[in-house]
Design a protein around this ligand. Structure first.
Ligand code: 3PG
Ligand code: CO
Length: 545
């Protein structure tokens, strides 16, 4: 990339620019269940009342999603932060590929349907739109029949995290009905063969909990586990027994006469229909790795044609085969800062580590320059986060304070997972506790920034903790068993953008530009580092004088 020009009138600050992503923290519309509004967050309140602040759009078209009905998520949010522009995202690209028919005329699909065995689909069965869309799966199963595939098996994960917490049957029942309809003429045999909660099997990310993937492998591939005659029976039974939310439901295997109906065998094809990469990479590597697979004993590794909905890692080219080409996210912030020889530090705890590195860099796992970029992962605990609501925000902050005081770094970026990871548990009280702990730590950062004369920028990738309750159409709180019904998914609310610049030299207007989205943050950060933003970036939120 080109070398950016220095801003003529900028007085270089003595400390770094520190960018904080408060994951899942936005401005809610209603006070009830809004953990952000109701938590005691003295630092956030003080920054809000004394610093330049503006609300940014973090959902829908502002982050490259199909429509403004789509809530934001961390992938598209961090992509937008890091790329400084809006790219049409996975959800949109798969829709387009299906509409135009290029998915089915492409080599990957043509190869997959050649199987003389079974065509398997694995993925998240909902219309949450973050990792997958059930409409894509429906289109593929229908096309498989048209293309003469005889046997299809679907390994379906319950969502309840990007959609209402116990909505699984709204997807499984009509989907089973669709399969019955397709099977009716006797030429086609498509069935759900296994499943389970997405946070219990298969969809781990960032090496946080490989046993999740191992459980998924046993369920989908080996067909081992508790047997049921249908997915709907399994879900109803397991719910009654465990009272687990969908995302945590134990796994199930569909069997006939005691035999699993959909184990994966040599010669089969397997399509992972999730398009988002973070939670797709581990199960993909279980299928694609040879003998050097250290994470668990796969017992049996069927020789299959394996394909992903997308390329999940553009650096490592994983998986080998995919149906839709991902957005070509280039010219990211990190690359420009490397060209300027600025030293950068990126940190989060495990669950969001890849967000602040891999997603921020346009879904590339590698660095642009080993000598200029430091990645720090604070290992998370594998516990339900409502039991440890602070998560590792103090440990993250300890490390950042060291980095600030080392005077080594020009730019530091931090993701605090609190609002999002605890928000997804549906526990309002835990979300409040989590945000209060995070706020105490942002207070520590603020002090350090003041001491060294740096700039602190605080924003968020999308909402979550700002809506912890489900609401009815009439605007009142939805109740369940006498308590507010927990909302586990993200919100569509706007996020904060705050600049704390204690040694402000008057180079820019303190009034920030209104009506923008989070793709405008990158240009702003580049300005705050004292450089002109690339001309193709979405414009800066500050007006330079
Ligand atoms: C998840 O993967 O946990 C959710 O689907 C989305 O959460 P994230 O976009 O905040 O990671
Ligand atoms: Co989230």
């Amino acid at each position: 990339v080109e070398t950016l020009k220095k801003l003529a009138n900028w007085k270089k600050r003595s400390g770094p620019v520190v960018f904080v992503v408060m994951d899942g923290v936005a401005y809610g519309k209603r006070k009830e269940g809004d953990a952000v509004a109701n938590a005691v967050m003295e630092t956030f309140a003080e920054l809000s009342s004394t610093c330049p602040l503006v609300k940014l759009k973090a959902h829908g078209e502002a982050v490259g999603l199909p429509s403004d009905e789509d809530m934001g998520n961390s992938e598209v949010g961090h992509n937008a932060f890091g790329a400084g522009r809006i790219f049409a995202q996975g959800a949109k690209l798969v829709n387009k590929s299906l509409q135009e028919g290029s998915m089915f005329s492409g080599n990957t699909w043509q190869e997959a349907i050649k199987t003389q065995g079974v065509l398997h689909f694995i993925g998240l069965l909902s219309d949450g739109g973050v990792h997958s869309n059930i409409k894509h799966l429906e289109a593929m199963v229908k096309q498989a029949k048209i293309d003469g595939v005889k046997v299809v098996r679907i390994h379906a994960l319950l969502d309840g995290r990007d959609v209402p917490a116990t909505s699984a049957l709204e997807y499984f029942e009509p989907f089973e009905a669709l399969l019955a309809e397709l099977n009716a003429d006797g030429t086609f045999d498509a069935k759900i063969a296994s499943g389970g909660g997405r946070m219990y099997i298969t969809m781990d990310r960032y090496n946080a909990d490989w046993p999740m993937v191992e459980r998924g492998w046993h369920t989908h591939v080996l067909g081992e586990g508790r047997q049921f005659s249908s997915s709907v029976e399994a879900i109803k039974t397991l719910r009654a027994e465990t009272s687990a939310l969908d995302q945590d439901l134990p796994p199930f295997v569909i069997a006939k006469d005691g035999k699993a109906i959909g184990t994966v065998q040599d010669g089969d094809s397997v399509i992972l229909f999730n398009y988002r990469g973070d939670r797709a990479l581990e199960i993909t590597s279980a299928f694609e790795s040879g003998n050097d697979f250290p994470h668990f004993d796969r017992i049996r590794v069927p020789k299959v044609f394996y394909a992903g909905m997308m390329e999940y890692d553009g650096d490592l080219h994983v998986p080998k085969h995919y149906l839709v080409t991902p957005p070509a996210i280039d010219r990211t912030l990190a690359e420009f800062l490397c060209a300027l020889k600025l030293k950068q530090y990126s940190i989060s705890e495990t669950q969001k580590f890849g967000h602040i590195t891999y997603f921020f860099n346009g879904n590339k796992s590698g660095k642009f320059d080993e000598n200029l970029e430091t990645y720090v992962e604070i290992k998370g605990d594998n516990v339900p986060f409502e039991q440890r609501p602070a998560m590792k925000c103090a440990e993250i902050t300890d490390a950042v304070l060291e980095a600030i005081n080392s005077k080594e770094y020009d730019f530091i970026k931090i993701n605090y997972p609190n609002g999002d990871m605890v928000g997804h548990t549906g526990s309002y009280q835990a979300a409040v506790a989590s945000l209060e702990a995070m706020d105490l730590n942002i207070g520590r950062l603020k002090k350090a920034i003041e001491a060294v004369g740096g700039i602190l920028v605080v924003s968020a990738d999308h909402g979550n903790a700002d809506e912890m309750y489900e609401f009815k159409k009439d605007g009142t709180v939805a109740m369940e068993n006498g308590k507010p019904k927990a909302k586990t998914s993200h919100s569509l609310n706007p996020v904060p953008f705050i600049i704390f610049d204690p040694t402000y030299q008057g180079e820019y207007d303190l009034k920030l530009k209104e009506g923008l989205g989070i793709s405008h943050v990158a240009a702003t950060l580049i300005n705050l580092l004292g450089y002109e933003a690339p001309s193709d970036y979405d414009t800066s939120i500050i007006t330079l004088k």
